[in-house]
Design a protein around this ligand. Structure first.
Ligand code: ATP
Ligand code: MG
Length: 366
């Protein structure tokens, strides 16, 4: 897959700009705060229908502009497609693929990207939220149904949390608590199955990459962790649902007392092991970076497997954070697909990649 051309109008700090990319490596360089990440964010939007930096589309619209529009020619599934996304604060976003209206979830079936940004370097050591985001972003792209379930989950979770927080002021709210808990349990059961299956696949794809990358034959493995009463996350959804209900019943009073939602897929995590030991507890800085990179490159391989094409790889400011050995490993591995790399003014990266170089200054691209 590749993005051939993108035009940005009123997008972040871009008043009006159009960029044609190379099908291989593209290096986007320039000083700080010029629009490098904003450009990558626009390409990400074409695949995900949302930003990777904010939940609020209105933040994507340039200050002083009434709306933002992206118009892109992409090549995916062996044909050229046009994606147009219009954001107008206060209105639902408008997404057109070849002139036909689509939802954000449907975009995933059109065009895919894998993003690697500095936050991802925290995949191993930081809290579970970063790892859940990796699963959610990846599975949403290959399984549009998952994106719908996740949106439903977030809606139910927010509603239930509001009940648990506000019932003291308005006790009648508790009348609907069990209904929301039940719905949350049902959706959680489905999310858990998808996530467990993807975690298994990710582990299988990441292990050989990490083995080669570490040069030491290190073994990377993953384990999916969820609600404690769920014995087998691969079991049929109905079975998982019953086991979640069991947890829910035991924790109902604690939820009411603490004002927090204690049962559901929102606390899930992926445990990462290197040579059988918890990477979160024991990995060195170098091992941590190697493992994070292996997971991201594995994600790219899974997309290839699913769609027959490499997704567009977006590397936002990460290459400069890696030592030369790791940079070389990444650059050797990314052949076969299109890559957009953002980095600060020439750190030698543009020369090393041999890619097409774009210079960004104040929302203009040369
Ligand atoms: P760095 O090297 O520091 O990461 P960058 O080139 O990646 O810099 P961007 O994140 O792309 O920088 O941001 C470029 C500029 O766009 C920043 O000054 C930012 O404040 C500005 N900006 C962000 N959102 C908007 C918006 N909605 N309207 C106008 N400008 C915005
Ligand atoms: Mg940036």
């Amino acid at each position: 897959m590749r993005v051939e051309r993108i035009a940005l109008r009123g997008w972040r700090n871009y008043e009006w700009e159009s960029v044609s990319f190379s099908p291989d490596t593209n290096v986007i360089t320039g000083s700080n705060a010029q629009g490098k990440t904003n450009l990558l964010e626009a390409v990400y939007m074409l695949a995900a229908g949302r930003s990777f930096r904010t939940r609020f589309d209105r933040e994507l619209v340039g200050f002083d502009y009434p709306e933002a529009e992206l118009l892109a020619d992409v090549c995916a599934h062996g044909r050229s497609q046009t994606i147009r996304i219009t954001l107008r604060p206060g209105q639902p976003k408008k997404i057109l693929v070849n002139g036909v209206k689509k939802t954000a979830a449907e975009l995933a079936g059109t065009f895919n990207v894998v993003l690697f940004c500095p936050d991802d370097l925290e995949l191993i050591k930081e809290g579970a939220a970063v790892r859940r985001r990796l699963l959610d972003n990846a599975v949403s792209q290959i399984r549009p149904k998952y994106a719908e379930l996740l949106a439903e989950f977030n809606r139910l979770y927010e509603h239930k949390t509001r009940i648990l927080k506000d019932w003291r002021d308005k006790p009648s709210l508790l009348d609907t608590l069990d209904e929301f808990s039940d719905a949350l349990g049902r959706v959680s059961a489905q999310l858990i199955r998808y996530r467990a299956a993807f975690t298994q696949r990710l582990g299988e794809a990441a292990a050989p990459i990490h083995r080669e990358f570490s040069g030491e034959g290190e073994e990377l493995s993953l384990r999916y962790c969820t609600v404690s009463t769920v014995k087998d996350p691969f079991a049929p959804a109905r079975e998982i649902y019953y086991q979640i209900c069991e947890h829910q019943e035991r924790h109902r009073q604690a939820e009411i007392d603490s004002g927090q939602c204690l049962t559901g897929a929102h606390k899930d995590d992926v445990e990462i092991f290197i040579n059988g030991r918890s990477a979160r507890s024991f990995a060195s800085q170098g091992q941590t970076r190697t493992a994070a990179l292996s997971l991201k490159l594995a994600e790219r391989e899974i997309f290839l497997d699913e769609t027959g094409e490499y997704p567009v790889l977006l590397l936002d400011d990460v290459l400069s954070e890696l030592d030369e050995g790791r940079q070389a490993f990444v650059l050797n591995r990314i052949g076969g697909g299109q890559t957009l790399i953002s980095c600060c003014e020439d750190e030698g990266i543009s020369k090393r990649t041999g890619g097409k170089v774009f210079f960004v200054e104040k929302g203009r691209v040369r």
